[in-house]
Design a protein around this ligand. Structure first.
Ligand code: NAG
Length: 369
């Protein structure tokens, strides 16, 4: 769905279609279901969006959500009082419908990364991204990466992208990386379980390649206020070790469901205190500890990168005191007024938020998708 109303409308439609199989109703359109009768519903992912047919007749269509990659769809949910007899997955597309880098990327010099700084920098921002997220990266480049602190190379930002399962995506990704100069390609296949390796790569890059005072990690759907985030770190004072973000204390692993964590993966009852993944900052000594432990093959890895970070900072804290700073302005669930970081922002929202920052000088949310 393209936006919230569209989404509501189409799911309402679908619910109505399926939900009404229970009772007899009069409708003024060709109602495709009869109680107790079998039917075949076909959901196809076409050029422009999803199309729903029942028994060969077109019922409804809705467009793809902006910035949404078809590969992100990992499940199909059905609502209502129906029995599913069989599900077939057939003729899955061999080309990605939203795979159109030339449609998203704007090959203009003004969006290229500034020249690599000679000396140390104040902060390094590592942005986790997926190979086919061309639109997301472009929106970040055109919005908060235009901040004067980044333009003047006092803050450096890079995307961290692993290899995609599809060769065509990697070819385009390499071209994109060469042109914009802001992508670090980490040499393994992208998978949820290996995301934590990108975090290690961010630490390594931030201290070994860039020599930054602070290292920040975020996602490609995180809008970052670069100056406010850096200010938060600067407030702590020189020489101190720090870990700043939206902190979770006494969280426990989920032991059932889709996101469950086995006792083998995480034997303890609790997670260590950890900052939510979409936006946190550590000092360079902590990042250096992580990179060194990794190089010496001593670093313990857990699939959730934010919990891993909490664990590593905890280890570091047992030798040198770390200032843990909780601030809910590093917003995890979306956008709040006066945010430092906002999460789940679509490419359109990114551009809108940047625009609002420029015009009003105030951090304001954008509520469209
Ligand atoms: C960090 O270390 C200090 C001093 O040993 C300790 O009091 C504190 O509880 C530790 N913090 C965390 C979050 O582990």
């Amino acid at each position: 769905p393209n936006d919230h109303t569209e989404e509501k409308k189409s799911s309402w439609w679908l619910n109505r279609l399926i939900g009404r199989t229970k009772k007899t109703v009069t409708v003024d359109w060709p109602y495709p279901f009869v109680e107790g009768k079998l039917f075949v519903l076909t959901l196809s992912a076409g050029l422009e969006g999803y199309h729903v047919n029942v028994d060969g007749r077109h019922i409804t269509s809705f467009p793809y959500r902006t910035g949404f990659a078809l590969e992100d769809a990992t499940g199909l949910a059905l609502n209502g009082d129906i029995d599913v007899n069989a599900v077939f997955a057939a003729s899955l597309p061999s080309t990605h419908p939203s795979f159109a880098p030339q449609r998203h990327l704007e090959m203009s010099d003004k969006w290229r990364a500034p020249p690599f700084p000679d000396g140390p920098v104040d902060m390094f921002i590592g942005v986790l991204s997926a190979g086919n997220h061309f639109a997301e990266r472009m929106a970040v480049r055109k919005s908060w990466m235009q901040h004067s602190l980044i333009k003047s190379s006092r803050v450096v930002a890079r995307f961290f992208v692993a290899l995609h399962a599809r060769k065509e995506v990697n070819i385009e990704l390499k071209k994109e990386a060469e042109f914009f100069g802001d992508i670090v390609i980490v040499p393994y296949m992208d998978s949820y379980d290996l995301v934590v390796l990108k975090t290690v790569a961010i630490c390594e890059y931030g201290v070994r390649t860039v020599s930054a005072k602070y290292i920040m990690k975020c996602d490609d759907d995180t809008f970052v206020r670069v100056d406010s985030s850096l200010n938060e770190a600067n407030k702590i004072g020189d020489g101190k070790s720090l870990y700043i973000g939206n902190m979770n204390y006494y969280h426990k692993p989920l032991r059932s469901g889709k996101w469950s964590v086995t006792y083998e993966e995480w034997p303890e009852e609790d997670y260590p205190p950890y900052a939510n993944g979409p936006g946190y900052i550590i000092s360079s000594d902590v990042a250096d500890f992580i990179a060194t432990e990794f190089e010496e093959r001593k670093l313990k890895l857990f699939k959730m990168e934010d919990v891993s970070m909490g664990m590593w900072v905890g280890q570091f804290n047992s030798t040198k005191r770390v200032e843990y700073v909780h601030n809910s302005k590093f917003c995890q669930f979306g956008c709040i007024e006066d945010y430092y970081t906002a999460h789940y922002q679509s490419p359109r929202q990114m551009l809108c938020m940047w625009h609002k920052l420029q015009i009003y000088g105030r951090p304001q949310c954008c509520n469209m998708r």
